[in-house]
Design a protein around this ligand. Structure first.
Ligand code: XUL
Ligand code: CO
Length: 438
């Protein structure tokens, strides 16, 4: 095992009384909650791009964290990153990782060279996976950083760019399949527009669908049995991104016949950028059989951009895990921390501390979600709230027996509605606190 993080040993569960910052206080991988171990529930994943690549560069200044891993040469650096990744997975007890093609290997002079470099690094990853037992949750292609994708990839107005993107996805998908990944993600990147003055929206969406249909066809041909995911996001980098939110993406999948092969990868920070709560997006997916995977993070609600912070709110984590439990768990997906330590948190130790903060928050969230379900009072309240649809006119509406004529007759006889009851929001919010604290 490599030793890039010399001063840090394995992070283990020490319980809530521990004052060792480098320990899990609540995440106990073997503890059984709601019938499964925590490890099985979460399928926690490390995001390669934030963890191994991001140095804290922003538009006002240079990086603050050293991610050189002792070398400057790029292919060599890529190999060091692989081993640093597996050291982190081992030391933090995380079973999965996710990456973009360009996170793991630098680009060469042309696509053929780039693919050769990728092959070298992928075989390094393959070896590390074999000896460690760590797994790939999902792979993806970076179709947004290089300037060739200035106007998008699948939705670019230039067919050469479309072809390049297709070739890049083909390779990324082959890598994902060869490494046993159970998901392949499409995040929109620059698939959107800045102004309709230069954009054929309908044509761009048709092209995006054409690309996805090709990818599904090829993926199934090479033996990919997992799910394709779309990760909705409303804006940034483009002013308007096509995969705005879960409902918009659902409409796209239905229109283009992609429902059988796709699910959604819901990211908390993207949900709030779209003006939704994270729970709203998850609930929408659950209700529509679309919950694939989660990019766990949080935004800062006072800021209007994607800050990708580690999630520490136990309310948010509980609402998320409530949806996951109600969904019967993840299918092919898991919980990827698409999150990075703040620019000011630049020590190696901060990588560990930030993952601990997220994993402990989700462990608490899972326990709270389980308590809410066991307690049953909130669920019962909701069931009772809709009781009028179980008998009489309500049952006739649901079964389709009642048509507009019958409903008019019923309403005329009723004269006025006298049966509305309180929604009791404040009671439910305090009941939730009572369930949490006990
Ligand atoms: C960007 C984002 C991506 C996707 C993968 O906001 O979330 O990192 O998760 O491309
Ligand atoms: Co993401």
């Amino acid at each position: 095992m490599a030793n890039y993080f010399k001063n840090i040993s394995k992070i283990v569960y020490e319980g809530s009384k521990s004052d060792n910052p480098l320990s899990y206080k609540y995440y106990n991988p073997e503890e059984v909650v709601a019938g499964k171990t925590m490890r099985e529930h979460f399928k926690f994943a490390l995001s390669y791009w934030h963890t191994l690549c991001a140095t804290g560069v922003d538009m006002f200044g240079e990086g603050t964290a050293d991610k050189s891993f002792g070398t400057a040469d790029s292919v060599d650096h890529a190999k060091h990153k692989v081993h640093a990744c597996f050291e982190l997975l081992d030391k933090m007890g995380i079973d999965y990782f996710c990456f973009h093609d360009r996170d793991i290997a630098p680009e060469g002079a042309n696509l053929a060279e780039t693919n050769k470099i990728l092959d070298v690094i992928v075989s390094e990853i393959e070896g590390a996976m074999k000896t460690s037992g760590k797994k790939l949750l999902w792979g993806t292609a970076n179709l947004f950083s290089n300037k060739r994708f200035v106007h998008g990839a699948g939705t670019a107005p230039n067919a050469d760019v479309f072809a390049y993107a297709a070739a890049q996805i083909k390779k990324a998908l082959e890598i994902t399949v060869s490494l046993g990944g159970t998901g392949y993600t499409f995040w929109g990147g620059r698939e959107g527009y800045e102004t309709l003055l230069n954009t054929r929206m309908g044509f761009e969406l048709d092209n995006m669908a054409r690309l996805m249909q090709m990818v599904v066809e090829y993926g199934r041909k090479i033996g990919f049995t997992g799910d394709f995911y779309i990760e909705p996001k409303p804006k940034e980098p483009m002013k308007h991104q096509y995969d705005f939110d879960a409902a918009t993406t659902h409409a796209f999948l239905q229109k283009y016949g992609l429902m059988n092969d796709f699910k959604l990868n819901i990211e908390a920070n993207h949900a709030t950028l779209a003006g939704h709560s994270f729970q709203h997006e998850l609930a929408y997916c659950r209700e529509n059989g679309l919950l694939g995977s989660i990019d766990a993070n949080t935004g800062d609600l006072l800021l209007g951009w994607d800050t990708d912070q580690f999630p520490t709110s136990i309310y948010e984590a509980a609402f998320c895990m409530l949806e996951v439990l109600k969904n019967g768990g993840f299918g092919t997906g898991g919980l990827n921390f698409d999150a990075k330590a703040r620019r000011g948190s630049f020590d190696q130790e901060d990588i560990f501390l930030s993952y601990i903060s997220g994993m402990d928050a989700y462990a608490l969230g899972l326990k709270i979600a389980d308590k809410i379900m066991q307690d049953g009072r909130i669920d019962k309240f909701v069931t009772d709230r809709y009781a009028s649809y179980q008998t009489g006119i309500g049952a006739d509406i649901v079964s389709g027996k009642a048509k507009l004529e019958e409903l008019e007759k019923y309403a005329l006889e009723m004269g006025e509605v006298t049966t509305n009851t309180s929604g009791r929001q404040e009671y439910l919010e305090s009941l939730l606190n009572q369930i949490i604290i006990g």
